[in-house]
Design a binder for this molecule. Structure first.
Ligand SMILES: Cc1cc2nc3c(=O)[nH]c(=O)nc-3n(C[C@H](O)[C@H](O)[C@H](O)COP(=O)(O)O)c2cc1C
Length: 279
């Protein structure tokens, strides 16, 4: 009986119409849900960008309060590095591991001195002609061109105020670039890897690529600069072991955000963040 009724053309048209209406309503609901989701994402992205740009502007104004003249800026000479150790190279190699959890304890200026010296300290001033940029160093470098720059992001170091410092290998000193603790912002710039905010300090490696590409062209860009970086970073790893400290090479970050948080010059590219601390 029902089948017979459904076969009736006018009834069939009505059934089809009702089906069509229901489909339209479902479609409308689906589209509305998608629109609401997109709207939410747009609002959240806008809020995120606003917060980040406010924070970055804060950094900009902090940096601008400092004199652009390096002669007038704070220079902090580091203690002489130790040249002997209880830990052999073999033990340091054996115990080297990437450490991602740090105690909330301060480091000493001795620690900082030792880590920076290991990274890029000058070990032979005498026998180096002028083009070697101050002398031969703890790490080898293609053509002796030393394309790296190293910064210290300081949160907790005895007698050193929180801020961002640039390491000067030539006189083993730090130059204050920006006051204030930026560890949390640095961690956010590195995909929120939290241990960067935990560590009392981080070493930031940047490269001025043109120092190497001027001589070696593409080979310099594609190989030598990052090979140089690997040498320096491994020195930091091994030195950290000898000091009973931990570190981790961090390459996952948004270049632009790190550059902005650090207020890097345009010709410097950030390559590594190495948080260091007790563990
Ligand atoms: C180029 C490079 C990038 C890396 N980036 C990160 C990183 O962003 N975050 C992290 O936790 N570890 C990072 N690491 C550390 C590696 O995860 C680690 O070296 C690897 O797991 C081996 O462990 P080990 O260093 O303890 O021997 C990086 C290592 C290298 C060489």
């Amino acid at each position: 009986m029902v089948t017979a009724l459904l076969n009736y053309p006018s009834l069939q048209r009505r059934v089809n119409k009702a089906k069509h209406k229901r489909a339209l309503a479902q479609n409308f609901n689906h589209n509305m849900n998608t629109m609401i989701k997109i709207f939410r994402i747009v609002i959240l992205s806008f809020a995120f960008i606003t917060v980040v740009s406010f924070r970055l502007n804060d950094h900009k104004s902090a940096a601008m309060q400092l004199s652009p003249d390096p002669q007038i800026r704070n220079k902090q000479y580091l203690p002489e590095p130790r040249l002997t150790s209880e830990v052999s190279v073999e033990e340091a190699l054996l115990n080297r591991r990437s450490v991602r959890e740090f105690k909330d304890e301060q480091l000493t200026q001795g620690h900082v001195s030792q880590l920076l010296w290991a990274a890029y300290g000058i070990t032979d001033k005498q026998s180096s002609p002028g083009f070697l940029r101050g002398g031969l160093r703890t790490a080898p470098s293609a053509g002796g061109l030393y394309p790296l720059e190293i910064y210290l992001v300081c949160g907790k170091v005895e007698g050193l105020k929180s801020g961002t410092y640039k390491y000067d290998s030539q006189d083993h000193s730090l130059e204050l670039m920006m006051e204030g603790d930026i560890r949390k912002d640095l961690s956010n710039a590195a995909l929120a890897q939290d241990f960067i905010a935990q560590a009392p300090v981080s070493l930031i490696f940047t490269a001025v690529f043109k120092r190497t590409t001027q001589k070696y062209g593409d080979r310099g860009r594609e190989r030598y600069v990052c090979t140089d970086l690997g040498h320096s970073a491994e020195n930091v790893y091994l030195q950290a072991v000898a000091l009973n400290l931990g570190t981790c090479a961090v390459g996952a970050f948004t270049d632009q955000m790190v550059s902005m948080v650090m207020q890097l010059p345009d010709d410097e590219t950030p390559l590594y963040i190495m948080p260091v601390g007790k563990y």
